[in-house]
Design a protein around this ligand. Structure first.
Ligand code: 26Q
Length: 818
């Protein structure tokens, strides 16, 4: 072992206090009396980072010594959330840190509150990647997460006059104490130009890629701690100009051109594309994807060969997981590196490649399946296009040999020839991988029967399911300490590393004293959220009301507007004086809309319009309130889940691949109202159908409805309630008399209703009646809540990662003896 010993990074109260003061003084040049809140936070973060780094360095030593097989997780997005609280839990020093700070008259909670977060992702997929980092570290899996260090993450959302406004997320503006730049770990990535083909002296066919630009990627490492165990790193690449473009090599006259070039290079990692589930086909996005993939593969090859290993054994040392198709150009890039740069023959390179990659699909939505036009791909990555064509021609040849029809071959081709020719990235990823998985049982089944049906028939053994999970330490232990303490008091701490042991709570489900404490914790969390809501929106809500919550990206398929239609129905009922059976409720929404997604933005406008109407009406606001919390992110999520009574998971069946918010809510004791979509199906299976508010059509029924010809207008005509609610949208009673504002939504629902809201409306409303009834019986509600938590053990990302290890990666943990 080199350098620092454990003694430099002690974990006692005294050690932490000393290190903290040291950081404050020598790193920030401050004395305690003259500090800003950000100084205090930074000093504490640096103190903890040292301790995290030690874990990480020990892990690397052990991984190397044991020459262990490892995993590289490739993801264009990560949403780690605030690091400090999570790291304190993982190091088991929450109390010590609190006390150390208290002795300096400082408050840990205030310091925790200072931390912003890296918004390097859109939503579910990015957050899943970060949950996986947490579990990989905890389980001690030799692993690394590769990604992009966007300078601007997902935009910050503000609400102005009811509309979403976007501002840039300057997450680096007061520094990032968690990362370490590694100037010595950098690679050159080429773009554009052309290729030259020739046969060399030894009769080997060779290809040269003569790019027209080069960009350097530099590694920025963030240590990710596991719970009382190892650490791994998340390695993010930042784009910079290569040295050869430095102004020093240019004459004076070219100085500005050189600087310009540098600026243009840095563009690549400037900003995250804020579209989820909808691709934009933009050149810069393709460059981002290739940039981080190329840096990551070069880095892995360096790590592999550095230890004297043969490149031909690459797949024995590494499994590479593709987080959706975003990094799937890696299939062509690894081929290029092996064949062109390391002179391995095509067939052998292809074997290596296909034994290296595994691909996770996260969506069935046709508009979200990535395609790049042949013309764009050929312009930016000319060599990769050739390689893709070569892979394709060999693959299609195989199909022909097997007797596939022309139609089938056209469907399975990596190139979509209908319209402008384009590369189907899901096909490239599928052909280039040894395993393909969906993210819930239902989604994996639909993946095999719909989007990748032909491939599943060809290679049935390649397809599998790994149901998502969440980092329960972050989303329960850190963010809901009240509940965590209550649980630990009853069943011990085992649940922190083995979530299934939550089942030991079952026996307390009917215990009245326990129920009361369970409710006390929830009320406390709701009171805290109430304060936050007032700060953020000015709306006063009552923590005794039922908190009915839908937080997630805004999308038509997720059907936030279905919840709104029901709220309008309640409003009209209250105005009619028919208030019986309505449990006093606060409806809470949060979520970002893609900036170019008009209907999603209009849904936000609708929510704020209904909120204004309801909250200002004395007759109504005693019974219901509506809140839209701006700028939903991980930090805010950690305040919201612990305070929810009811979790809305109401997407049209067959559209939500898994959902992970559904798991976070249920683990915090919320009951779910939901459709048979994504992981809801499995949650219901686990918690029991009597503890889950199910409504709506199944996937099969929806297809049936569509086959029979769905006519939403019929529902409008035949259903009094639907007519009244929809007409209300365009009545002018919302948004100060503006009758036109919501017409696009109104027409969308009446003419197409692509997500069949109207068809599910009655069953949703009926289920809400049942929710109100159960809510009025608090003992019954609490029992269900306890049983929900007790039976959610399956949904830890520890279990997901264990599944990936056993069934896909074939990797084993490396445990570290300190
Ligand atoms: C693609 C190309 C160009 C620009 C952007 C994108 C892009 C970016 C992000 C496409 C999709 C995403 C994000 C998708 C996502 O978050 N999917 C969600 O993944 C979760 C984790 O598996 C699931 O739980 C959700 O059901 C799924 O919607």
């Amino acid at each position: 072992s080199i350098g620092a010993g454990a003694s430099d990074v002690g974990l006692s109260k005294e050690d932490i206090k000393k290190a903290f003061l040291h950081k404050l003084f020598y790193h920030l040049g401050r004395v305690p009396a003259l500090t800003t809140p950000n100084d205090l936070y930074t000093a504490m973060a640096l103190t903890i980072r040292d301790r995290a780094l030690r874990k990480f360095v020990r892990s690397i030593e052990e991984f190397t010594q044991q020459d262990a097989r490892g995993v590289a997780y490739l993801s264009a997005e990560y949403l780690p959330g605030p690091h400090l609280g999570n790291n304190l839990l993982n190091l088991h020093i929450v109390e010590e840190t609190k006390e150390a700070l208290a002795e300096l008259d400082l408050d840990l909670d205030e310091i925790l509150d200072q931390e912003g977060e890296p918004g390097l992702g859109n939503g579910g997929l990015g957050r899943l990647a970060s949950c996986f980092m947490d579990s990989l570290a905890t389980l001690g899996i030799p692993s690394i997460g590769y990604g992009i260090r966007y300078e601007f993450g997902i935009f910050k959302q503000e609400i102005k006059e009811g509309w979403q406004m976007e501002t840039t997320d300057k997450w680096l503006h007061s520094g990032n104490p968690w990362e370490i730049v590694r100037p010595e770990i950098s690679y050159v990535v080429k773009f554009g130009g052309r290729t030259e083909h020739r046969t060399n002296g030894q009769n080997r066919y060779e290809v040269d890629w003569l790019p027209d630009s080069e960009i350097k990627g530099t590694a920025y490492d963030t240590p990710i701690l596991g719970y009382q165990s190892n650490g791994i790193i998340m390695r993010l690449w930042k784009a910079e100009a290569v040295e050869s473009f430095d102004f020093s090599v240019y004459n004076i006259g070219d100085y500005y051109r050189a600087v310009e070039k540098k600026l243009r290079s840095e563009n690549i990692t400037k900003v995250l594309y804020p579209n989820d589930e909808n691709l934009s086909g933009k050149e810069l996005r393709l460059k981002q994807q290739y940039f981080f993939v190329s840096c990551s593969l070069q880095d892995m090859i360096r790590l592999h060969t550095m230890q004297g290993r043969k490149l031909k054994k690459f797949h024995e040392k590494f499994a590479i997981q593709l987080n959706d198709t975003h990094p799937s150009i890696a299939v062509a890039e690894l081929m290029r590196l092996l064949v062109d740069e390391h002179e391995i023959e095509w067939d052998e390179a292809w074997d290596i490649t296909r034994q290296t990659f595994a691909y996770t699909n996260h969506t069935l939505l046709p508009e979200a399946l990535e395609k790049w036009t042949v013309s764009l791909l050929g312009r930016i990555l000319p060599r990769h296009l050739e390689i893709i064509y070569e892979i394709n021609s060999r693959f299609l040849e195989e199909l022909r040999d097997k007797g596939y029809s022309g139609d089938q071959i056209a469907r399975m081709s990596l190139i979509d020839e209908q319209g402008e020719p384009s590369v189907r990235m899901a096909h490239l990823a599928t052909v280039g991988s040894f395993k393909v998985n969906g993210v819930s049982e239902l989604h994996s089944r639909l993946l095999k029967s719909q989007v990748l049906n032909d491939f599943a028939d060809l290679w049935p053994g390649k397809f599998t399911n790994v149901t998502n999970g969440v980092a329960h330490r972050r989303f329960v232990a850190v963010s809901n300490p009240g509940l965590a303490n209550l649980i630990s008091e009853k069943i011990g701490f085992g649940w922190l590393t083995n979530l299934s042991s939550l089942s030991e709570l079952e026996k307390f489900a009917k215990d009245e004293k326990f129920q009361q404490r369970w409710r006390d914790v929830k009320l406390q969390n709701k009171t805290a959220l109430t304060r936050f809501i007032e700060e953020q929106t000015g709306v006063k809500v009552d923590p005794d009301m039922l908190f009915d919550v839908q937080v997630k990206r805004i999308h038509e398929y997720k059907r936030q507007h279905l919840m709104v239609l029901h709220i309008i129905d309640l409003y009209l009922r209250i105005k009619d004086g028919k208030t019986e059976n309505i449990a006093p409720s606060t409806f809470i929404f949060a979520g970002k809309a893609a900036p170019g997604y008009f209907l999603a933005k209009l849904i936000i406008r609708l929510i704020t319009a209904v909120a204004d109407l309801v909250n200002d009406d004395e007759e109504v606001n005693k019974l219901i309130k509506v809140v839209f919390l701006p700028n939903f992110n991980v930090k805010q999520a950690q305040r919201v889940y612990p305070a929810a009574d009811l979790s809305e998971q109401i997407s049209m069946a067959g559209k939500e691949a898994s959902g992970t918010g559904n798991m976070k809510f249920a683990l915090n004791g919320a009951l779910t109202i939901g459709t048979l979509d994504g992981a809801n199906v499995e949650i219901r299976e686990e918690v029991g159908d009597e503890n889950f508010f199910l409504f709506g059509q199944t996937t099969e029924e929806i297809q049936q409805t569509r086959r029979e010809g769905y006519r939403p207008y019929q529902y409008y005509e035949e259903n009094e309630k639907i007519k009244r609610v929809l007409d209300f949208l365009v009545s002018g009673e919302l948004a100060n008399g503006d009758k036109d504002l919501f017409k696009p939504l109104y027409h969308n629902l009446l003419q197409q209703d692509p997500y069949q809201l109207l068809k599910d409306f009655d069953s949703y409303c009926a289920k809400k009646e049942e929710v109100f009834k159960v809510w009025n019986d608090q003992e019954e509600w609490t029992k269900k809540s306890i049983l929900n938590v007790a039976r959610m053990g399956k949904f830890s990302s520890d279990r997901s990662i264990q599944d990936y290890c056993d069934r896909i990666w074939q990797v084993k943990p490396v445990k570290i003896q300190e």
